[in-house]
Write a protein that binds this ligand. Structure first.
Ligand code: ZN
Length: 587
């Protein structure tokens, strides 16, 4: 199938119509700083904003991780979409429907097939749950107090123990083995046979916000291991992105979500009428999940299990959620190990009273530290207060005052002594943080410029720098091209990646299109857009003259012909290469 591209005219119209501020701020909360906007980067974990949006060029750039790009590549990343899907989604926001013909939408067709296979699989699992021979599975849910209505509401199911029950069923509906494997509904065995991914397990379908079944969680009904298995990454699902129950919880009128640990906790709470509970798949809570939750709530209650693993998970969730701007409370589970157990043993009222008793993040942290020290001794007290000062070092000045006062009363130590301890922790923390931050910034810059997108850059440093400078100059000053077009062609470029960029750039200029980043997103991946964004930013530091352009062209031509090579400005690799070339020419 030949890929037909979406026309540049259409992309230009879309680009003109959309406001990057609107698009980005539905994911990231932005603050205006002069002509630009800043917020916390959605692509890396950070506490101080280095993610910058430039409304004039409709682009974004992160000074922390060097992520860069335009409205389209931003949407591709945030929503995990391919190019055509991202354009479609933006097109509907802009109210200019995409002419629906010809372009390559094979990926989007495959996703549709996988979603449809998932839906049929969910129906199959659900029907198996009520089959007489599988009464054990139904008993499992009944023992846990679930009504028939709840089973249906959540579309719960059962995967029977055989090897090909689902596969046979899906084949009869016309799905291919390839589609089932790509959906992770089936796996390929050693002798090329295929078998069902889930067997002898109760099934929890994971449904996204559009109502699509994107994945499954599967649990054993006895004590065998592993207790849970989940769908792996597929074209419609990324493990760290799913939130179980959000499709229901998002409709809850309060802007409040309860984050619980397991699927069963969510289901038990919903059955009890507490319909704003959600659970995140996987043990590691991700920033994607945090961002998603922050779009549907202002307040979030963490209700993780009352055990070692639950405390660890709470600490992890707090560190990721801290940057979303959500108002966070931590609920201490009392009277049972998890929400499901508390509701089943004592009922809904008991659980609601725990919510009311919950503390904010600082109270939770100070409280949970208490169990690490024996505060009845002077030594334990001193150690506790030192650890508490470390917690408070990261808080606002007002919080420091309030909690230093509380600790002072509680432990009979002067407030001044506690505040002094907080200040010294703060200085220590700042030193560690800035060293780590510097390291991260350097590493990210290296990976963008060195090799990740342009593997030839390292061994052709001088040429690559000249190419990038010329690209940056022409992106900013497309009018220069008219005067330069007889002086160079893309074939003068040495590195293939930069050659691709200049080729597209020239097409844009000759077609009188905008040279903003958005116009490149069709030909380049979001990762490649990082490099193009970084190259474009170079233009800021240049004088933007024709002379600079001509210097670059001269450098490229001389490198191509191998004449007048200036050894002093070469990298070691370039020097060796030139040396080898010279040797060859002599022989
Ligand atoms: Zn970043």
């Amino acid at each position: 199938m030949t890929a037909v591209k979406i026309s540049r005219d259409y992309i230009q119209t879309l680009h003109d119509r959309l406001d990057i501020e609107d698009i980005v701020s539905s994911y990231v909360s932005l603050k205006r700083t002069g002509r630009n906007l800043q917020g916390l980067c959605p692509f890396h974990n950070e506490k101080t904003p280095s993610f910058t949006v430039f409304p004039e060029t409709k682009s974004f750039y992160c000074f922390g991780c060097q992520a860069s790009g335009d409205i389209i590549s931003f949407t591709m990343r945030m929503e995990n979409l391919d190019y055509v899907e991202a354009v479609k989604s933006l097109a509907s926001k802009a109210g200019i429907p995409l002419p629906d013909e010809g372009f390559d939408d094979s990926m989007s067709k495959l996703r549709m097939r996988i979603l449809s296979a998932n839906r049929d699989a969910a129906k199959y699992y659900n029907s198996q749950l009520f089959a007489p021979q599988n009464s054990e599975a139904l008993d499992y849910f009944r023992r846990r107090g679930l009504t028939k209505q709840t089973l249906t509401h959540f579309g719960l199911g059962y995967a029977p123990p055989g090897w090909t029950g689902l596969i046979d069923h899906l084949k009869s509906l016309g799905y291919t083995e390839r589609e089932m494997i790509l959906a992770d509904l089936a796996k390929r065995g050693k002798n090329n046979s295929v078998y069902d991914s889930f067997r002898n397990r109760v099934i929890f379908p994971i449904i996204d916000l559009r109502g699509n079944v994107v994945a499954f969680g599967a649990r054993v009904t006895d004590d065998s291991k592993p207790k849970y298995i989940n769908t792996a990454d597929t074209p419609v699902y990324k493990k760290g992105n799913g939130v179980f129950g959000l499709n229901f919880a998002k409709n809850s009128p309060e802007k409040k979500l309860l984050l619980v640990e397991g699927y069963m906790d969510v289901i038990a709470l919903h059955q009890a009428g507490i319909t704003n509970a959600v659970a995140c798949q996987g043990t590691a809570f991700t920033s994607e999940q945090a961002n998603l939750l922050s779009r549907y709530a202002e307040e979030l209650y963490i209700c993780y299990d009352n055990d070692g693993a639950g405390k660890k998970a709470t600490a992890r969730a707090l560190s990721v959620l801290g940057k979303t701007g959500l108002h966070i409370k931590v609920v201490q589970m009392e009277g049972g190990k998890d929400a499901d157990e508390i509701i089943r043993t004592y009922g809904k009222e008991r659980f609601l009273s725990l919510l009311n008793k919950s503390g904010n993040e600082i109270e939770y942290k100070l409280n949970s530290l208490l169990s690490d020290f024996n505060v009845s001794t002077d030594d334990g007290k001193a150690k506790y207060l030192t650890a508490a000062a470390e917690v408070l070092a990261a808080c606002s000045p007002i919080d420091k005052e309030v909690y230093a006062g509380r600790l002072s009363k509680e432990f009979g130590i002067s407030k001044e002594a506690i505040l002094t301890q907080i200040r010294s922790s703060e200085i220590k923390a700042r030193r560690v943080y800035s060293a780590e931050r510097r390291k991260a910034i350097n590493k990210a810059a290296d990976s963008v410029f060195e090799g990740r997108n342009n593997p030839e850059r390292k061994t052709n440093l001088k040429a690559a720098v000249a190419e990038e400078t010329l690209i940056a100059l022409l992106m900013r000053n497309p009018d220069f091209y008219r005067k330069l077009k007889d002086e160079f062609t893309p074939d003068d470029f040495v590195t293939q990646f930069n050659k691709r960029i200049i080729t597209v750039l020239i097409e844009l200029i000759e077609g009188n299109y905008s040279t903003d980043l958005s116009m490149f997103a069709q030909e380049f991946t979001p990762e490649e857009m990082d490099s193009i964004g970084n190259i474009a930013r170079k233009g800021i530091t240049l004088a933007n003259t024709l002379t600079e352009c001509r210097d670059c062209i001269k450098t490229l031509k001389s490198l191509k012909s191998g004449e007048k090579v200036d050894v002093r400005s070469m990298s070691d690799e370039e020097y060796l290469k030139a040396f080898e070339k010279m040797k060859k020419n002599r022989n």
